[in-house]
Design a protein around this ligand. Structure first.
Ligand code: IPE
Ligand code: IPE
Ligand code: MG
Length: 252
């Protein structure tokens, strides 16, 4: 089990062990070029490939990408169905390659809402890469941070019904194993491309002590160099986890 940042101070590392990204700006990238928004999503897949490779080379252990939020169903139906098709095509095309790179793929989110074929592809991809552990790649699809906390609470109470009459006994350590990212340490670094400075219901529990980095760059343009700049910035952060700066220097 990984340490919770609110229960114990996590270990320090120069390269984030866990990087979480909101891949935003695909639509604006395309609109700027007088292309349909979906052209931006197609280019965004190329960036995913680039960033997965770069993270592998730089020794990132866990990379989590927000691909489709539980609120993205509100988009025009044509865009939603294009995104679903792209998801299917990408899984069909890329899973073999991911396997060769030692990448373990997981999908988190309420995938029961997806069409059966997509659910099947997701399960097959997870199974096929399950023995890898060079890079743990997690794609959040139909994911919402609030959904995650609620599903964790429901599963906890289903497995331990006695807690319903003893709520004082519910603590972080009891709940966190049921969160969908329980297999990973909490993110050290969060990147959001596309200029917005918000969490948009991504990993709301897990980002409690994450360093937040925002860049104007649209996701299709995000390069390995941009990633290195974010890592450079991350290295300059003093991660205090509630302590004072003097305490940290004293222990250095
Ligand atoms: C992020 O890019 C991709 C998804 C949400 C699927 P957007 O589609 O949100 O792009 P912008 O924010 O409209 O530019
Ligand atoms: C967040 O981006 C979700 C993904 C990147 C998948 P959005 O573009 O949907 O977020 P909002 O609506 O601008 O907050
Ligand atoms: Mg957006």
């Amino acid at each position: 089990m990984h340490k919770s940042s609110t229960l114990a101070v996590p270990e320090h590392s120069d390269v984030p062990r866990h990087l979480a990204i909101i891949m935003d700006g695909n639509g604006r990238w395309a609109t700027q070029r007088f292309l349909p928004r979906t052209a931006g999503h197609v280019r965004g897949v190329q960036t995913v490939r680039r960033v997965v490779e770069a993270c592998g080379r730089r020794g990132v252990g866990y990379l989590s990408l927000f691909a489709f939020s539980s609120e993205n169903w509100r988009r025009p139906p044509e865009e939603v169905s294009r995104l679903m098709r792209l998801f299917v095509q990408t899984l069909e095309k890329e899973v073999g390659k991911l396997g060769d790179q030692g990448v373990r793929l997981r999908v988190v989110g309420d995938i029961a809402a997806f069409e059966p074929r997509l659910q099947e592809l997701i399960r097959a991809a997870e199974e096929r890469t399950a023995h890898n552990d060079a890079l743990h790649l997690t794609v959040a699809a139909n994911y919402g941070g609030r959904w995650d906390i609620l599903q964790a609470m429901k599963r906890l109470l289903a497995e331990r019904p006695e807690l319903a009459s003893d709520p004082q006994a519910i603590d972080e350590a009891a709940l966190t194993p049921y969160l969908s990212m329980a297999f990973a340490p909490e993110p050290d670094l969060f990147i959001r491309t596309g200029g917005e400075q918000r969490i948009s219901n991504f990993l709301v529990w897990q980002l409690a002590y994450t360093e937040l980095y925002f860049t104007e760059r649209y996701w299709p343009d995000f390069s390995a160099h941009d990633l290195d700049e974010a890592f450079e910035w991350y290295r300059t952060r003093e991660r205090r986890f509630g302590r004072t700066s003097a305490q940290l220097k004293g222990s250095a």
